[in-house]
Design a protein around this ligand. Structure first.
Ligand SMILES: Cc1cc2nc3c(=O)[nH]c(=O)nc-3n(C[C@H](O)[C@H](O)[C@H](O)COP(=O)(O)OP(=O)(O)OC[C@H]3O[C@@H](n4cnc5c(N)ncnc54)[C@H](O)[C@@H]3O)c2cc1C
Length: 374
């Protein structure tokens, strides 16, 4: 089979690895507009369950990935200067660049061709030149736009703004920090992803963003401003930029997941709010499900139909949980009157997927203290 893939992010690379592993005679080429060492963002998170899926799909890359991991089992909620830890939540962090380098190496080792610094504009020619054109080109997918009539995308630009920074302050756990000033409420989502660096994403509502005057601040001044807001948490460490910009979260869904020989995967197909930290997991698990569908099918159409029917309910479920979580953060100001324990409890329950009994089993001490305070 001849497969062209647009986008060398986690989804495109992982699908290429699995297809080439299953059949070395497939001709697979990835077109990636960036160079091999360029990336946006800092670290990404995986749950324990995702790691088991990665191990089952490809032990070699799993071994490399887990060598680089920083693991933890606590969610920390910081509110009114109190830090509440909730244990029993197994997660690991890795630098996005590190993850991409491991997947690039593995793909090239297997014989996948990766054309870096190759931005695709003429999608139509590329699709006539292969059996399958896979659009793994991210949240602002060119392919999805080019064939909008066929895919029927639903795009929802949310009101909150967020910015993805790094810092050398180490957060030993998934830490959700709330700070207020005259402008409003700021939430930080942070976690370490190697021995010296943490991801530090700041989110705020549009009123807060306006009042803080971010529209007029250059990057260094924005970092200084947020450094003051989170001074007690950053312990003197500055915020680090990596071409960081304020973004409105874009919620992506598509009515149709494929047409003829063109299919969407990963963020091009669907997004889930970063507060449940599962974009990379979903992208890679899409790749696993699609490669499996090809193993069991007779042709491209059959495989894409199987993939869609198996994967759509899983994605709908994740997007529903992520939606509840996103709404919680969009309305964070309403929860600021809660005590630290009440806020931590509300956060743990926000997606509607965790029950009281689950929390009690994971961390009985947290529930005992929450009940006492209530
Ligand atoms: C603030 C923030 C925090 C996040 N935190 C987490 C987290 O903690 N955990 C997690 O799992 N996920 C997280 N994510 C989500 C995660 O980054 C994405 O969900 C994931 O990268 C999706 O993988 P992908 O392969 O589908 O797309 P991408 O990683 O976006 O890759 C798409 C690739 O396509 C390339 N490309 C695009 N257009 C073209 C073109 N025309 N020609 C050639 N190449 C092209 C791009 O350069 C890019 O390399 C976060 C996202 C954000 C915004």
């Amino acid at each position: 089979m001849k497969i062209n893939i647009i986008g060398g992010g986690p989804a495109g690379l992982y699908f290429a690895i699995l297809m080439k592993k299953a059949n070395g005679s497939h001709q697979i080429r990835i077109y990636e507009r960036n160079g091999p060492n360029d990336t946006f963002g800092w670290g990404v998170v995986f749950s324990g369950k995702t790691l088991a899926n990665l191990r089952a799909a490809d032990e070699e890359s799993h071994a490399e990935i887990t060598k680089q991991f920083e693991a933890w089992d606590n969610v920390d909620v910081v509110h009114r200067d109190a830090k509440i830890s909730i244990h029993g939540n197994s997660f690991s962090g890795i630098a996005r660049l590190q993850l991409l380098k491991i997947l690039q190496r593995r793909a090239e080792e297997l014989g996948v061709e990766i054309e870096f610094r190759s931005e695709i504009h003429d999608v139509e020619s590329l699709r006539h030149d292969c059996d399958l054109l896979l659009a793994a080109d991210g949240v602002n997918s060119t392919v999805r736009m080019r064939y909008a009539e066929q895919f029927q995308p639903e795009l929802d630009v949310r009101t909150n703004r967020y910015i993805w920074y790094g810092t050398n302050q180490l957060f030993h756990g998934l830490t959700l920090t709330f700070r207020e000033n005259d402008a409003g409420v700021f939430a930080a989502h942070s976690y370490k992803f190697n021995s010296s660096t943490s991801t530090f994403i700041v989110e705020c509502d549009p009123d807060t963003w306006e009042k803080a005057g971010f529209a007029r601040l250059r990057d260094e001044h924005t970092r200084e401003y947020l450094g003051e807001v989170f001074a007690a948490d950053l312990n003197g460490h500055p915020l680090l930029s990596n071409n960081s910009k304020w973004i409105n979260f874009l919620l992506v869904k598509n009515q149709n997941w494929f047409f003829e020989n063109v299919a969407l995967i990963g963020d091009a197909l669907h997004t889930a709010h970063f507060s449940i930290g599962s974009g990379t997991k979903l992208a890679i698990e899409d790749a696993i499900a699609l490669a499996e569908a090809f193993q069991k099918s007779t042709g491209v159409d059959d495989a894409l139909t199987t993939f869609t029917s198996k994967r759509r309910p899983v994605i709908q479920d994740y997007q529903a949980a992520a939606f509840e979580s996103m709404i919680w953060f969009e309305n964070a100001v309403r929860y600021m009157g809660l005590s630290p324990f009440e806020l931590a409890y509300s956060l743990m329950m926000r997606s509607g997927r965790v029950r009281y009994e689950d929390l009690k089993r994971r961390d009985p001490e947290f529930i005992r203290r929450y009940e006492l305070q209530r």
